[in-house]
Ligand binder design. Sequence first.
Ligand SMILES: NC(=O)c1ccc[n+]([C@@H]2O[C@H](COP(=O)([O-])OP(=O)(O)OC[C@H]3O[C@@H](n4cnc5c(N)ncnc54)[C@H](O)[C@@H]3O)[C@@H](O)[C@H]2O)c1
Ligand SMILES: N[C@H](CO)Cc1c[nH]c[nH+]1
Ligand SMILES: [Zn+2]
Length: 422
Amino acid sequence: MNIIPFPEREQWPALLARPVLEAKDIEARVMPVLEQVKNEGDAGIKALALKFDKLELTELAFSEKAIAEAGDKLDDALKAAIGQAYENVYKFHKGQLQAPEKVETMPGVTCWRKSVGIEKVGIYIPGGSAPLFSTVLMLGIPAQIAGCKEIVLCTPSDHPAILYAAKLVGVTKAFRIGGAQAIAAMAYGTESVPKVYKIFGPGNQYVTTAKMLISKEGVAIDMPAGPSEVAIFADDTALPCFVAADLLSQAEHGADSQVLLVSTSKKLLASVNIALAEQLEALPRKELASQAMANSKAILVETEEEAIEILNQYAAEHLILSIANAEAVMEKIYNAGSIFLGNYTPESCGDYASGTNHTLPTNGYARAYSGVSVDSFVKKITVQHITEEGIRNIGPTVEAMAAAESLDAHKNAVTIRLKNLL
Ligand SMILES: NC(=O)c1ccc[n+]([C@@H]2O[C@H](COP(=O)([O-])OP(=O)(O)OC[C@H]3O[C@@H](n4cnc5c(N)ncnc54)[C@H](O)[C@@H]3O)[C@@H](O)[C@H]2O)c1
Ligand SMILES: N[C@H](CO)Cc1c[nH]c[nH+]1
Ligand SMILES: [Zn+2]
């Protein structure tokens, strides 16, 4: 990794910039894809699958038989691992569904929020360079807990583990569609793909751009969850081989992934570089990982405070704190998607099985967005009930405000009740 010693503050924005393609350039490629699906439906999707995925598809939907039999193609150890991950992710997410709290704001005036699962949701499962069946659990489990009635899945991969996980989480329809065309299919609906109300899921820059574009057309999205990234703050208590392994675990996602290492120790940075060279050699996805590493930076800072400032400015999707006082520093982090504390908390445990969700905001969006949770699949409908005592109490307040806004009909809706109290 390129070690940058003690950069000046003015240099930080350039150092922390993500290796994204020019937004306009991607939009120009994605917009015609959305148009084609909107205008040509299934036929357009098939043409795009041939163009971008070299797939000649006769059927877009995975058959019920393929889904039912997917488990037979997996070995027992993998099925047990998926079962364990399901349990942990379910347990962590189940706790997020809270019972409604009824609040009496004045005597006789009660307000609360009722949680309702979004009826029709679409989940995108990346499969361009790796079949991310773990994402089926990360999106399907909160949808299941939220009570979504229709869960539509799109993925460019036909890996049986994706279909096996789809069955576990209760996916209602699954399609072999990837990229921007999958997002368009779920947003507009086609002859075979149902239109949904909200689209979830990570993906490459085409997928993420498609989500951003369709969100301007009235379909909700979870967040921009693009190319994976990890930032690590490590001190001399960190093990260089652990740090290198964590950096590579996200670098191997794709050439456009980015990893960042920040440290107050020059010795640690040098040792991580040695470990990186060793571990990279042994990786089957060495090519992709080295391209990502070429975009990545190791920053040497004078103080812990400076490191914290850099990390908050970067707003990483994942932040690993491999430092002696990890918990204390965690309290000072206000921009990150998900935080991992200490030497024995590798980010990949969060990717698969610890319980937290791995669909997280990238590209600095962690400054304003949270990762996916049960809340993402739920709408909160407010409900209120006012009794006769309540209307007596609140009525004059509403009458006064409505009169001052010159909205007499609003005022009358209260006055007429006050005059007709039993
Ligand atoms: N942020 C998160 O929460 C999170 C989670 C998991 C994965 N990820 C990221 O998801 C991404 C997965 O990417 P992927 O590419 O492997 O799979 P993908 O499924 O996101 O994208 C593959 C699709 O991209 C389309 N495509 C490929 N080249 C194209 C081109 N030139 N023009 C238009 N469309 C094209 C194809 O249709 C293909 O099916 C990675 O970047 C990974 O880092 C992010
Ligand atoms: N690290 C990815 C989120 O950025 C999630 C993932 C799935 N499989 C492996 N990793
Ligand atoms: Zn990962």
